[in-house]
Ligand binder design. Structure first.
Ligand code: GLA
Length: 381
């Protein structure tokens, strides 16, 4: 990938790039829809991600060619803070939140091997890789937590998704062979070793989420509605993070069944993140599998973000003897499932899943594998 992006840069611009940057996509192992409730998550950075190759230019223009979209976009630096309704809006969003605009133009090429709309944070990787490119080109010293915040703001305010901090955080802080246990309220985190005899399998259902469309933001509002009701009994509560299952039972009569179920998912999911950390540290494969199952059930029944296609993929994956848990990953409404699988079973896993899915839904699933990986970086090309 790195060579490909470097060569494509030379072909297009007739010079060498100065900087190559990379930011990984992510897969969340557990802690879904908890981050915007100030809760806990435990994702991993993927080996797959987004590369930029770039160099400064003299014509005060930012010019980015996407090898995936086979499309170029360019704009004058001083117009960087305007939306255009194109893929470059993510990058303009970034420039909008950087402390200052680049002092010269940029020629860039971008290449990614994370499928778009698969629930694997292709947009966070795109944004963060671009921040690393710009930092490398202009010697900006930006703290890693600041990079996370800039990308998060860009996504929220420029791209319109009222997402939590998980995707941006893991893309910057990912660590090889480890999951990140993150407290999204305090941003404190801990690396949890991933069993070395396992790897992560991701199955893309091929059903694209329309995240910016209302569903995700609607779930967020429902969680806020739950907090409002619970506050009547427990005024100290600031977010669902502060609520226990007992408190929720007490406040049940103050909300309708749908809001109750949304809150129940978030509260039980926060607990499962803690439990999962313990099970991983103890290598308790049986409880890991059970917890993944409960998490998926909760997303299906209480949070209602699954689809028959995702449930089917989870069922097929879970039935395989070398799989130690599977569930939908990311926001849901389509996208991907994640499975924890013993190493050396790639071929069988891929064939079984693809054949079963094709037979049932006539859709081609996309399967890929990764071990937890390192975070974003740049290097001089
Ligand atoms: C999307 C968001 C994340 C998180 C997940 C659901 O990926 O970007 O912040 O809320 O959904 O866990």
């Amino acid at each position: 990938m790195k060579d490909k992006v470097r060569e494509a840069f030379r072909d297009k611009y007739g010079k060498n790039p100065e900087i190559i940057s990379f930011a990984p996509g992510r897969v969340n192992i557990i802690g879904e829809h908890t981050d915007y409730n100030e809760g806990f998550v435990m994702p991993a950075a993927l080996e797959q991600g987004t590369y930029f190759a770039g160099a400064k230019n003299r014509d005060k223009k930012i010019r980015i060619f996407s090898l995936n979209l086979k499309k170029e976009d360019s704009w004058e630096i001083e117009h960087s803070r305007e939306r255009k309704g194109d893929f470059s809006d993510y990058l303009r969003g970034i420039l909008n939140f950087l402390p200052f605009l680049p002092s010269s133009g940029i020629d860039g090429i971008v290449l990614s091997n994370i499928p778009i709309g698969a629930g694997l944070s292709s947009s966070a990787a795109f944004e963060i890789s671009f921040i690393f490119l710009v930092s490398g080109l202009f010697n900006l010293k930006i703290e890693p937590t600041e990079i996370v915040k800039i990308a998060h703001h860009a996504e929220n305010e420029f791209a319109g998704l009222k997402c939590g901090i998980m995707d941006q955080f893991v893309s910057v802080f990912g660590k090889k062979d480890h999951l990140i246990f993150l407290d999204t309220r305090t941003m404190e985190y801990e690396y949890v070793p991933f069993p070395f005899f396992w790897e992560i399998a991701v199955v893309n259902s091929g059903i694209k989420r329309e995240l910016t469309s209302s569903q995700y933001n609607r779930r967020k509002e429902e969680c806020e509605e739950a907090v409002k009701a619970i506050k009547k009994l427990f005024p100290e509560v600031k977010s669902l993070r502060d609520v226990t299952e007992d408190m929720l039972f007490e406040a049940r009569k103050l909300m309708n069944e749908r809001i109750y179920k949304r809150a129940m998912h978030v509260i039980s999911e926060n607990r499962r993140v803690f439990e999962m950390k313990e099970y991983l540290l103890k290598n308790d494969a049986c409880m890991i599998e059970k917890t993944m199952k409960l998490a998926h059930q909760s997303l299906t029944e209480d949070f209602e973000v699954s689809l028959p296609e995702l449930d089917f993929l989870v069922d097929v994956a879970s039935s395989l003897p070398y799989v130690h848990g599977a569930r939908l990953t990311g926001a849901g409404f389509g996208g991907s499932i994640v499975a924890l699988i013993q190493k050396n079973h790639r071929l069988d896993f891929e064939n079984t899943i693809k054949n079963a899915y094709r037979k049932k839904f006539s859709i081609e699933a996309e399967v890929f594998f990764s071990s937890p990986s390192g975070g974003a970086y740049f290097e001089r090309a």
